[in-house]
Ligand binder design. Structure first.
Ligand code: IPM
Ligand code: MN
Length: 352
């Protein structure tokens, strides 16, 4: 199969972890007889430095003309510490999500049996955890009107949702639940927020179309708590943009390292695969970052964007093998020798 993949390495550790995923994908392509055409493009601070725009039109064209996008990370401290910066790397990410129509962000959280004791949570609490967040990605407070008034002394960020936006995300949630244990949790703050009441009402309206799915409605604060108390009690969770941003970071620690969790962002016509971690600038260029979240994102890409399940499974198998054999970066190595980012990538490639 011919696979056209846009390659957006981005900032910080992005290029290093992307390099490993490319090596792994190329090895898979040889093994399964595919032809990958990588199309690198600029994004984030790297794009601001080069052309003054964190998501240049040329990058958008490349993404639109690809079958999938593989993405590293975005963000640079020189912008974080400058509240007056006119243009920020993160704007590129938001613009990219909006322009590619990536309204559903799929973030799984699962445990690896070989790493269960790496989790800050007790083994008996997390064993068997296998949940998926579906985070709405192109609406809510991230994209509502924002600004200042009173000479800059008052600031506002509006949270806005249309029924249509909730509906398309919720449908994906029900469909995903049907392929899993048929349990769906709608996470909101309907005791306070009007947008949450619209979410709840819309999801309730869909229940009759999916009579087999058991739906629960929980407030976001309670979910934040139960997520670390009994994560294995959840399966598919749907939620709005900001709640999803926060809860998926919280959920990522369950597995033991943020460097392990992949994600997919999908829309009607495009899909993008990225690790859930950020650009981790302190580690940039040191060859120490964990590449597995990006490698596992590539596995999601093979399966979801191209329907290539065996290829995806081959990647997951080799990742599991590396964990069992202790071929891991310093976030997971503990008393063992830590491998470099590139060494982990080489090992995975050789073992494919
Ligand atoms: C994420 C990130 C982004 C977000 C930032 C970098 C804009 O935290 O993908 O979760 O808030 O969505
Ligand atoms: Mn986030």
């Amino acid at each position: 199969m011919k696979l056209n993949i846009a390659l957006l390495a981005g900032d910080g550790i992005g290029p290093e972890v992307i390099d490993q995923a490319v090596k792994v994908c190329d090895a898979i392509a040889i093994k399964f007889n595919h032809d990958i055409n990588w199309k690198p493009a600029l994004t984030g601070a790297a794009a601001i430095d080069a052309v003054g725009d964190p998501y240049p039109d040329e990058t958008h064209e490349i993404c639109m003309n690809s079958d999938a996008v593989l993405f590293g990370a975005i963000g640079h401290p020189k912008y974080d510490n400058d509240p007056l910066a006119k243009v920020r790397p993160e704007q590129g990410l938001l613009k990219m999500r909006k322009e590619l129509g990536l309204f559903a962000n799929i973030r799984p959280t699962f445990t690896f049996p070989s790493l269960i004791d790496k989790s800050p949570l007790k083994r008996e609490r997390i064993e068997g955890t296998d949940l998926v967040f579906l985070r709405e990605l192109t609406g809510g407070i991230y994209f509502g009107e924002k600004g200042r008034k009173d000479n800059g002394n008052t600031a506002f960020d509006n949270c806005v949702y249309t029924k249509e936006e909730v509906l398309r995300l919720a449908k994906k949630g029900f469909e995903l639940a049907m392929t899993r244990s048929k349990k769906l949790c709608c996470v909101d703050k309907a005791n306070v927020l009007e947008t949450s009441r619209l979410w709840r009402e819309t999801v309730q309206g869909l229940e009759k179309e999916y009579p087999e799915v058991e739906v629960s409605y929980e407030f976001v604060d309670a979910v934040a708590m139960r997520l670390v108390q009994w994560p294995s009690s959840y399966d598919v969770l749907i939620t709005e943009n900001l709640f999803g941003d926060i809860l998926t970071d919280e959920a990522s620690v369950i597995s033991g390292s943020m460097g392990l969790m992949p994600s997919a962002s999908v829309g009607e016509n495009n899909s993008l695969y990225e690790p859930i971690h950020g650009s981790y600038p302190q580690a940039a260029g040191k060859d120490i970052a964990n590449p597995l979240a990006t490698v596992l994102s590539a596995a999601m890409m093979f399966e979801d964007a191209f329907g290539l399940k065996e290829e995806a499974q081959a990647i997951r198998n080799v990742v599991n093998k590396s964990l069992v054999e202790g071929i891991v970066t310093e976030d997971l190595s503990e008393n063992k020798t830590a491998y470099k980012t590139s060494e982990v990538g080489d090992w995975l490639t050789e073992n494919i």
